[in-house]
Design a protein around this ligand. Sequence first.
Ligand code: NAP
Length: 324
Amino acid sequence: MSFTTQLSVKLNDGHFMPMLGFGTSAPRKVAMSNVEEAVQVAIDVGYRHIDSAYLYLNEEAIGQAIRKKIANGTVERKDIFYTTKLWGTFSRPELVQRGLELSLQKLQLSYVNLYLIHYPVSLQPGEEFLPMDSQGKIIFDTVDLCSMWEAMEKCKDAGLARSIGVSNFNRRQLEMILNKPGLKYKPVCNQVECHPYLNQSKLLEYCKSKDIVMTGYAALGSDPGKDWVKKDNPVLLEDPVLNAIAEKHRRTPAQVALRYQLQRGMVVLAKSFTEKRIKENFQVFDFQLTPEDMKTIDGLNKNRSYFENALFSHHLDYQFLDEY
Ligand code: NAP
């Protein structure tokens, strides 16, 4: 079996990425056995794209789940598209490959399909994910994005990552990479927060014009129980307009929110550790939103982010919103 159970998109380096990905970041209270179980259920349901990161601290459980599914003959390694991400404390060029090797060790896999720069920021190297000074301020490092990118290119050349890309980059930051003298590989994708309340239409248009796939996270409105997610935002899946469209199609608001992104030509991630919802979220390839539905959902945009991006906002002109 190859990527035939769901649609996939051809990346600018020739590899294929399934358009629906299984998200795995969860509030810290979620037990690792839940992660392992959820990934196994997702593979059984048909998901072939799994998204994680060094930061999520769950790669041992995910690796275990993938290896079990390979061992019992459900899939082969080539059927799975696995993404991990470079955390900021590994941004120095000499540490970039080390960051990936640590993920691979946890996963017990020999390569990942996609390695992303998690955020366009570098942090002081060390054990702490968020190194802080005595005043409680984050200690940034001074690595520029182009040097980071050159080290990412080396990971691809070493065969440890089939494809390389970025996450949480705005247009200006993407341009820094694309205009880098001696660029060897373009980023294949930019993974950003994207949902009807933050539809990133300008960034999507720009990415398409550069043959860079845009992948959307928090497509269901994320989870206020997670660190860095704001607690006071309206709940996306309770939106009356989304619910009315869902009712018309005899679907759920989650299915409509996912289908919306697929019809915009995006790859989309959906996280659930509940079996019923894991299955529900996969049923998005057998119905279609009308052009009017798409326009109505476009109209819900409020440039509203669910994530607390203030954390890094003063660094590198960091921004999620479509403001350029
Ligand atoms: P999400 O996929 O928008 O939503 C997850 C929340 O929605 C969970 O609380 C889940 O609860 C609930 N849910 C899932 N399906 C549902 C359904 N059918 N009906 C009702 N509720 C449903 O949020 P996310 O986890 O923040 O984002 C998705 C993935 O993107 C992450 O897991 C991660 O892999 C990636 N991500 C990347 C970045 C980055 O910086 N690159 C940042 C954030 C996330 P249950 O589990 O209880 O079903």
